[in-house]
Design a protein around this ligand. Structure first.
Ligand SMILES: Cc1cc2nc3c(=O)[nH]c(=O)nc-3n(C[C@H](O)[C@H](O)[C@H](O)COP(=O)(O)OP(=O)(O)OC[C@H]3O[C@@H](n4cnc5c(N)ncnc54)[C@H](O)[C@@H]3O)c2cc1C
Length: 459
């Protein structure tokens, strides 16, 4: 617990209206989009990197944890302050400082919302490629920390492929620049190292990001299937034929479809969105070729959208998928695993079997092209035994992904939720250089309790 003197000092740094310490205010910052919660001691909303540095120096003096936070949409408990301390929220650092259309880059403060950056870029014929479904609220700092993905990352790469440089505040309060505006900076790739480090190495206060030219045209197909395994088969077919579209997104609304069918057999439970973008000549050939493969996979229906407005409607629907689940279910728990694309049908079948074994309903929407699965359990969290079943089923699915040759996270990070599952992939020898790296940054008090299995982190 921070004393009154510490709160006074924080107010001197950022102003009275940017420090929250009353219990009713702290509750607002005890969670992200997962199910675990923990209260911070105090929440601070700085406006400049100098203020961030002063807060960090104070935290170091008091020996209390620092927990960076963007919009709090994370899906692995990353910004949940499990060891208390000071939560630094970056949402007031929300300016686009530079948008250079000639060099196709932007310099933004860490609290800029992904959608705001994308919208500003599109006015200049460019776009920001990483597009998590939470893009209307999540921040660029959060995207960098989680190395976020999204539907278009199949073609364009995840966040790390679009970050040229970062401004960081380190554990000793120094403000440093890593990377820059050019493509290849000599020395260690610290930009790459910090991207995906989940707030455990440094505070990101600014990012220089790469922008892409908006494609000339696009062709978006939606194929609906009775069964998700058939839909996954269509994905494998496409990969086997060497077809890699810009996006392959799956929505599997088994729980919702059964509800609508009054518990009976629903006609359709899965939709596969496939999109190609690029030059008109290219799209005109690839679009119909994909339609042919999809038709051969036995869908219940296929629709095609070529107009920008129609395509936008499809994507808004896809992005709203998790929110829709949130509206129909009392609680939901989203997993984030990776399976080799060729094994998707087998892994999905096993996910269904695991859900059945625990008597759980699941629905999911996921980036099938990347093999990135988000099985989502819908349940009533007021029943402790159901929560236990959900967690046990989640662990089995993570093991399943690793045994299939995949991973425990495709884009949501390890955070709090999956730190013990790191053992499925790494032994002590593997974890040791990661922990030593953190020590070299002097950053042990940055977001403690995240990423590393409890025993390894204590060593
Ligand atoms: C409906 C929904 C859909 C989603 N869809 C996707 C998706 O398609 N793809 C995807 O990748 N994710 C998705 N997510 C997860 C989440 O939106 C992303 O992980 C996002 O990048 C988190 O950004 P944020 O600003 O909310 O970060 P937060 O949740 O606030 O923080 C996430 C992590 O980043 C750290 N952090 C935040 N800001 C900084 C900073 N400035 N410096 C250092 N560390 C920092 C925090 O400590 C924490 O560990 C989704 C979430 C929801 C709720």
């Amino acid at each position: 617990m921070l004393d009154k003197q510490a709160v006074k000092e924080l107010k001197q740094i950022v102003g009275d209206d940017a420090v929250f310490h009353a219990p009713e205010d702290l509750i607002t910052f005890e969670y992200d989009a997962t199910i675990e919660t923990a209260l911070p001691d105090v929440v601070v909303l700085p406006k400049t990197p100098q203020q961030v540095a002063a807060i960090i120096r104070l935290a170091a003096r008091l020996n209390v944890p620092i927990v960076p936070r963007g919009a709090g949409t994370g899906l692995s408990g990353g910004c949940v302050p499990v060891e208390g301390g000071i939560v630094i929220v970056l949402t007031r650092m929300n300016r686009i400082l530079e948008l250079d259309a000639v060099n196709r880059l932007a310099v933004v403060e860490a609290g800029v919302i992904n959608f705001q950056l994308d919208r500003a870029a599109r006015k200049r014929g460019l776009f920001f490629a990483p597009d998590p479904s939470s893009y209307r609220v999540c921040t660029i700092g959060g995207n960098v920390a989680e190395n976020a993905g999204g539907p278009h990352c199949l073609a364009y790469g995840v966040t790390t492929n679009h970050i040229l440089g970062l401004e960081l505040v380190l554990a000793d309060g120094s403000i440093v620049e890593v990377g820059g505006k050019t493509r290849d900076i000599p020395g260690y790739d610290l930009t790459g190292l910090v991207t995906g480090s989940e707030g455990t190495l440094a505070m990101v206060t600014k990012a220089t990001v790469r922008l892409m030219p908006v494609p000339e045209t696009g062709y978006t197909l939606v194929a609906q299937f009775k069964d998700v395994v058939d839909a996954a088969g269509a994905v494998s077919q496409m990969i086997a034929k060497g077809i890699v579209p810009q996006c392959m997104e799956m929505s599997h609304f088994e729980a919702l479809a059964r509800l609508l069918a009054g518990g009976g057999e629903p006609a359709v439970t899965a939709s596969l969105i496939v999109e190609v973008e690029g030059l008109e000549e290219n799209v005109a050939v690839r679009g119909p070729a994909i339609r042919e493969v999809l038709e051969a996979s036995g869908p219940a229906a296929i629709t095609v959208a070529t107009e920008a407005a129609e395509r936008a409607v499809i994507w808004e629907g896809r992005r709203a998928a998790l929110g829709t689940v949130g509206r129909i279910a009392r609680n939901y728990y989203v997993l984030d695993g990776v399976s080799p694309r060729s094994k998707l049908p087998q892994v999905l079948r096993q996910v269904g079997e695991i859900s059945q074994k625990y008597g759980l309903m699941h629905s999911s929407s996921f980036h099938a092209g990347d093999g990135n699965l988000h099985p989502t359990f819908v349940f009533d969290g007021s029943q402790p035994e159901t929560v236990q079943k959900v967690m046990a089923a989640g662990e089995e699915i993570m093991r399943l992904c690793v045994e299939a040759g995949g991973s425990i996270t495709g884009e949501h990070g390890v955070g709090l939720e999956k730190r013990e599952f790191m053992r499925f992939l790494f032994d002590d020898a593997d974890l040791s250089p990661m922990l030593r790296m953190r020590k070299a940054f002097g950053a042990e008090m940055f977001n403690p309790g995240k990423i590393f299995p409890t025993k390894a982190a204590a060593e």
